[in-house]
Write a protein that binds this ligand. Structure first.
Ligand SMILES: [Ca+2]
Ligand SMILES: [Ca+2]
Length: 465
C-alpha cells in the first residue's frame, strides 16, 4: 500500500517523464503514510464539509496532511463572498483540545500547530476566467510548493469543492517549467475530484494531459444523487447515519471536536437530515487499511470503486450488493465498518486506552502489514489462505471473513471458498478461470466495542491448466 522508493522511481523511469534535476531514487521517504492535500468549499450553505473535516481529523494520523485549502464556497448557496479558512481553523482548534488524548491511542497524530501551518486560502472566485496569469492564490502556490518538496511519495489531492486552485497550480507549473514540468507533476500526483464542481474537469484533462484523475460523478443526464460518493449517506442501512447515531456516537459526550459536528444537512431522500459527508469518500480512497490500493481504483474500497474511462481517468463503477446494483453500493457496502471506525476514534478523544477499542492487525499467509498478496494458481487447483498470527492490541477475539469480490476481479462467476469464516480458507479456482484474476478479501473484525475491521487482499492470478 505504502509507496516504496523503488516503485515510484521505477514508475518515473519507465514513464520517461522525469525531467527535473532531482531523481526519485534520491528523494527521502519521510514516512509511509499517504500525503494528502484537501481543497474544501467549506462555508457553503450545507455544512457537510465541516462534518468531513471533523472525521478526517480523528483519522489524520493515517496521513501526512500537507494542505487544508479553503476554496470558493458553492455559488448558488453563497450568501457572502470570499473563502472561509477561519472555519478550518475553528475545527483544528477543537482538534487541539483532544489531540493529546487521541495520541494516547495511536501514533502519529500531528501537533496542532503543524495542521495550522497548512491551512491556506484559495481563490474566492471559480472557473476558467480566473485561471492564468495574475490568478495565483495562497492555495495554488501551496500546492506547487508541496509538489516541489523532496519526497518520493505520490501527492494525493482531494477536492471537496471546485478545482480552480488545482487548475491554477497546474497552469503555473506548465508556465514556469514547460510541458516536461507538467508531465512530472502529472506522474507524481493523484487527484480525487468530488463532483466536478467548477465544471472544468473536461477542460483540465485536455489542457493538462496525463493526470491520474478520479472523476467521482455520475454521467451527465443521470440523477446526481446516484453518484458513488453519495453512498456515504444514501442507500444501505441508513440508520447508521441517523440523528440518533450521530448524537450518541459523535456530538454527545465525545469532547469538543465531536460537539462541533454540524447536526443538520440536506440528505434527501435519506430522511434523517443528519450525517451527509459527501466529500469523505475522497480521502477514504487513500486510507491505508489493507483493503484498497490507490493505484487501482477498479479494486474498490471505502472511497468507492472506479473503472478507467481512458488512460488514468476513472469514473464511478457499479457493485451488486444483495439485490442492489448501482454506483452508491461501492461506498455504502462498507458503512458498518467506517461508522464503527469513526465511533471508536471519537471514543479516543475522551477515553483512556483501556476503555476504548483499537483495530486488529491482520496477518495474511504469515505476512504482516497492509500489502496486497499476489499469488499464482492453476485452474482447478486449491489456494490456501490463512489469517493465523493476526493480533488485536486489546486482546479481543478476531472473526475472519473471506469473500470473493467479483467486480474487482476479471473472473465474474461464483467462486467456492471453504472455511470462509475460519482462519484457514481454501479457494477452489474454477476450471474455466484460466488467464483471469480473482480478488479475495479478508475482513478481520474484532469483538471490541464498537467492533473494528481491518482488511487484507489476495489477488490470485490464474494461469493455464
Ligand atoms: Ca464540499
Ligand atoms: Ca480491538
Amino acid at each position: 500500500m505504502a509507496d516504496k522508493r523503488i516503485t515510484t522511481a521505477t514508475l518515473l523511469v519507465i514513464a520517461g517523464l522525469w525531467s527535473l534535476t532531482v531523481h526519485a531514487a534520491d528523494l527521502p521517504i519521510t514516512s509511509s503514510r499517504p500525503r494528502l492535500i484537501v481543497l474544501t468549499d467549506i462555508g457553503g450553505g450545507d455544512p457537510d464539509d465541516q462534518q468531513s473535516l471533523i472525521r478526517l481529523l480523528v483519522h489524520c494520523n493515517e496521513f501526512d496532511i500537507e494542505g487544508l485549502i479553503a476554496s470558493a464556497p458553492t455559488l448558488d448557496e453563497l450568501k457572502t463572498t470570499g473563502t472561509k479558512p477561519q472555519l478550518i481553523h475553528e475545527i483544528v482548534d477543537a482538534y487541539g483540545q483532544v489531540r493529546e488524548n487521541l495520541a494516547r491511542h495511536a501514533e502519529a497524530f500531528p501537533e496542532t500547530a503543524r495542521l495550522r501551518e497548512v491551512i491556506k486560502s484559495g481563490n474566492p472566485k471559480r472557473g476558467r476566467d480566473v485561471i492564468g496569469e495574475g490568478h495565483d492564490t495562497e492555495g495554488s502556490r501551496w500546492i506547487v510548493s508541496c509538489f516541489e518538496r523532496a519526497d518520493s511519495r505520490r501527492l494525493n489531492i482531494v477536492m471537496w469543492g471546485g478545482q480552480t486552485d488545482l487548475a491554477q497550480a497546474l497552469w503555473r507549473v506548465r508556465h514556469n517549467r514547460g510541458a516536461d514540468g507538467l508531465k512530472a507533476f502529472a506522474v507524481r500526483v493523484r487527484v480525487y475530484d468530488t463532483g466536478d464542481q467548477d465544471r472544468i474537469a473536461d477542460w483540465m484533462l485536455s489542457e493538462f494531459p496525463g493526470l491520474f484523475y478520479i472523476l467521482a460523478r455520475v454521467p451527465i443526464g443521470r440523477d446526481r444523487r446516484e453518484a458513488a460518493y453519495r453512498g456515504l449517506y444514501l442507500g444501505g442501512d441508513e440508520s447508521l447515519v441517523s440523528r440518533d447515531w450521530m448524537e450518541s456516537n459523535v456530538r454527545q459526550h465525545h469532547g469538543p471536536l465531536g460537539a462541533m459536528y454540524p447536526p443538520r444537512t440536506w440528505t434527501a431522500p435519506n430522511p434523517h437530515s443528519a450525517i451527509k459527508e459527501g466529500d469523505t469518500p475522497s480521502w477514504f480512497f487513500f486510507l491505508p487499511f489493507g483493503l484498497s490500493d490507490p493505484d487501482h481504483p477498479e479494486w474498490g474500497g471505502w472511497g468507492g470503486r472506479f473503472e478507467p474511462e481512458r488512460d488514468r481517468l476513472f469514473r464511478d463503477a457499479t457493485d451488486k450488493v444483495g439485490n442492489v446494483k448501482d454506483n452508491r453500493t461501492t461506498v455504502w457496502r462498507w458503512r458498518p465498518a467506517f461508522q464503527n471506525e469513526f465511533a471508536a476514534r471519537l471514543d479516543w478523544c475522551v477515553k483512556p486506552p483501556t476503555a476504548a477499542n483499537h483495530p486488529p492487525r491482520p496477518m495474511l499467509n504469515g505476512q504482516p502489514g497492509r500489502d496486497t498478496l499476489v499469488l499464482s494458481a492453476k485452474p482447478g487447483s486449491v489456494v490456501e489462505l490463512s489469517s493465523t498470527g493476526s493480533t488485536d492490541p486489546d486482546g479481543d477475539s478476531l472473526q475472519p471473513r473471506w469473500w470473493f469480490y467479483p467486480e474487482a476481479s476479471s473472473y465474474r462467476s461464483p467462486v467456492e471458498i471453504a472455511g470462509a469464516d475460519t482462519q484457514q480458507a481454501r479457494v477452489t479456482i474454477p476450471a474455466d478461470a484460466a488467464n483471469q484474476t480473482l480478488h479475495i478479501i479478508l475482513e478481520l473484525q474484532d469483538t471490541g466495542t464498537p467492533s473494528l475491521t481491518r482488511y487484507r487482499r489476495a489477488v490470485i492470478r490464474v494461469g493455464q491448466r
